[in-house]
Structure formats: structure tokens, C-alpha cells
Ligand binder design. Structure first.
Ligand code: FNR
Length: 352
């Protein structure tokens, strides 16, 4: 865990209301998946190269037609105004200042057009399949028109997973936030979320959204190689390996375990991204070595936003990018292309 992530988390615990904190921190079920995510990355060990020229470390990459300064992306998370009054606008500013791509949640608490204006850098838009298809179609088109360069279709949420420890209905002001983009009929509590989601959505939606908007569509929440192949066969331009921060089905395989299988299945066809429990440059280096082209950060961005607004988000992304450059150099990998599978090995009995 990066010291800054720890410090921003501690600060967030001080400034956030208890309901908002519980909403951000909680996972589904008994929270096994949420608790396991971070440790799963430490089940790998690095195999560094020696006597390699690492005088200049280059973290830039091209991802689905967008040039990026860092492989650290902001994961889509809901309701940023719970963390900071400037909400997603502040997140967008912080991400842009760090040269990091923002993925804006379908459940953003500010109009996506306002966030787009603040986003001086590239951004993607995350889509949930809603029971009334006019809602997700309308959002996808608005996002495209506002400048989103890809859509991220979250595939693990036919309805919202049960989280016994948090009920977002208790959070003051949440109803207004929910209505901002999706319409007032979408409500935040688990029971009505379930009614608003579209449990019978299929992979047909991938091609439909791509045809509707002309944008590449990534599928997020994939944890199996064969499922990744099914999504790519259906037209997915990228895959995001994710457990949804342990907030959907509990006791699923950690992202760190699923990632190599997904990369083996589709990594030669589309970029594979990953999120879940990434908290340091070493975690990110491990994910990249296992075949991820880029990684997304969820809760650390929420803590950074609560702790310091746009400046906090920028500090987080800059610090972790710098941390990544540092460990890449020590591992003998001066570019992202040099971060290859031979840099990691899995061990059976990690020291916890
Ligand atoms: C999420 N996540 C999420 N995913 C998504 O596709 N749409 C969303 O609106 C949200 N909202 C959301 C809210 C909160 C409070 C959390 C913690 C997470 C999941 C998110 O994109 C990502 O998969 C995880 O957060 C990554 O794990 P870490 O970095 O939080 O460990």
C-alpha cells in the first residue's frame, strides 16, 4: 500500500459522513472478495532484469486510439459529490492534470456535459443496462456527443449486489444525485436499483451500443477467459477484468487470479485492463506484467477526492505513476512494452 493512499484514506475517514464512508468502503455479502483483492496481488513475485538501461522510463501508451501519459486510469464510481462538493468535475480536473484517463460513471452526481467540459483530458463513459433501454441509449449518445472516446459496459450488474453494511438510501441528498443523469425514476437503494437494471441484458448490447454511438465498447466485470472471448466475439473492443470492488457477487476469483486467464484467451485480440485492490506501483507493475495494458483505481480516487478535491486526485495519480516508474526501473523495464510476463512468478505461500 502506498503511504499516500493510506494517508488519503485516513483523511477521508475523518471528513466523510459515516453513511458515505460505509457506502464507499463496503462490499457485497460477507465481503470476502473485497477483503481479498489487495492481498491477491502480493501472491506474485518479481523477477527483475539486471544491467539494463533505465535512465529514461517511459510510461506512455496508446489505448483504443488515445495517447495516454500513464497506464493508471480512474475507475467508474458513483456519486462523487458524496466525497466532495465539486464532485466529478474535481475528479476530472485532477485526472487531466495527471494525464490520466477518467471513466465517468453512469451514476455520476453531476451532468456528464459539465464533467466533460472540465475534463481537459480524454475520458470514457460507463454504461449500465437499464430496464428502459431509452435511458442507457440516451446516456451513451449524450456521452459520445460530449466527447467520450469509448464506452465501458458494466456486465456484472444485472441488478445491484446486496451490501448488508450500507444502505445508500440513508445518505442525505442522494436522491438528487441519482436523478442528475439518469432521470428521477432511478433510485439508489438496492431494491429499486434491482428494478431499474435490466436483468435480461445480453452480449447483443455490445454491438448495439457500438452501432448506436460509433464508439469502441469495453466490457467490464469479466473474470473468465471463455467469457472474455464471448464478449470479444460479440464486438467488445476491450475487456476490464474486475470484481466490481467486491460489490456484486461475493467469493468470486480475485482480479489478480482471473487476469492471466483472460489475457491468455483474448489478449492478442483486444486490450485487457484490470481493477480491484491496486494500491501501489508494485501492484500496478504486477498487473501489467500479467498482461494488463492499463489499470483502473476505484476507492483510492474516492479517498483522494474526499481528502483534497482535484488536487488530491492529481496527487494520488502523480504519486502512483511516479511509484510505478520507480519500480519499473528497478525491475529493468524502461517502457510498458518491456513489462512482460517473465517479470512475475506466482508463489504458493506468500508472507502476509
Ligand atoms: C464502484 N464501482 C462501479 N463500477 C461501475 O461500473 N459503475 C459504478 O457506478 C460503480 N460505482 C462504484 C461505487 C463505489 C463506491 C465503489 C467502491 C466501486 C466499481 C469500480 O469501478 C471498480 O471496479 C472498483 O472500485 C475497483 O476496485 P478498488 O480500486 O476500489 O479496489
Amino acid at each position: 500500500m502506498s503511504a499516500l493512499v493510506d494517508a488519503q484514506h485516513a483523511r477521508a475517514r475523518e471528513v466523510l459522513g459515516s453513511e458515505a464512508l460505509a457506502y464507499y468502503e463496503s462490499g457485497a455479502g460477507a465481503e470476502l472478495t473485497r477483503r481479498e483483492a489487495e492481498a491477491a496481488w502480493s501472491h506474485y513475485r518479481l523477477r527483475p532484469r539486471v544491467l539494463t538501461d533505465v535512465a529514461a522510463v517511459d510510461l506512455s501508451l496508446d489505448l483504443l486510439g488515445t495517447h495516454l501519459a500513464t497506464p493508471l486510469l480512474v475507475a467508474p464510481t458513483a456519486y462523487h459529490r458524496l466525497a466532495h462538493p465539486d464532485g466529478e468535475v474535481a475528479t476530472a480536473r485532477g485526472a487531466a492534470a495527471a494525464g490520466a484517463l477518467l471513466t465517468l460513471s453512469a451514476r455520476a452526481s453531476q451532468p456528464l456535459e459539465s464533467v466533460a467540459q472540465a475534463a481537459a483530458g480524454p475520458w470514457w463513459f460507463q454504461v449500465y443496462a437499464t430496464r428502459d433501454p431509452a435511458v442507457h441509449r440516451g446516456l451513451a449518445v449524450r456521452a459520445r456527443d460530449a466527447g467520450a472516446t469509448a464506452l465501458v459496459l458494466t456486465g456484472d450488474t444485472p441488478f445491484v449486489g446486496r451490501k448488508p453494511l450500507s444502505d445508500s438510501l440513508g445518505i442525505p441528498g442522494i436522491e438528487d444525485m441519482v436523478a442528475v443523469n439518469s432521470g428521477a425514476h432511478l433510485r439508489p437503494d438496492a431494491a429499486t436499483d434491482a428494478a431499474d437494471q435490466w436483468p435480461s441484458a445480453t452480449t447483443d448490447l455490445v454491438a448495439e451500443l457500438a452501432a448506436l454511438t460509433g464508439l469502441p465498447v469495453l466490457v467490464k466485470g469479466v473474470l473468465r477467459g471463455d467469457e472474455a472471448a464471448r464478449c470479444v466475439d460479440a464486438g467488445a473492443a476491450g475487456i476490464v477484468v474486475s470484481t466490481h470492488g467486491g460489490r456484486q457477487l461475493d467469493r468470486v476469483v480475485p482480479s489478480a487470479v482471473a487476469l492471466p486467464e483472460v489475457v491468455a484467451a483474448v489478449g492478442d485480440r483486444v486490450p485487457v485492463l484490470v481493477d480491484g485492490g491496486l494500491r501501489s506501483g508494485l501492484d500496478v507493475l504486477t498487473a501489467l506484467a500479467l498482461g494488463a495494458r492499463a489499470v483502473l483505481l476505484g476507492r483510492p480516487v474516492l479517498w483522494a477526492l474526499a481528502a483534497g478535491g482535484a488536487a488530491g486526485v492529481r496527487e494520488l495519480l502523480d504519486t502512483l505513476t511516479d511509484d510505478l516508474a520507480h519500480v519499473m526501473a528497478l525491475a529493468g523495464a524502461p517502457t510498458l512494452d518491456a513489462v512482460t510476463a517473465d517479470l512475475v512468478t506466482r508463489i504458493e505461500r506468500p508472507v502476509e
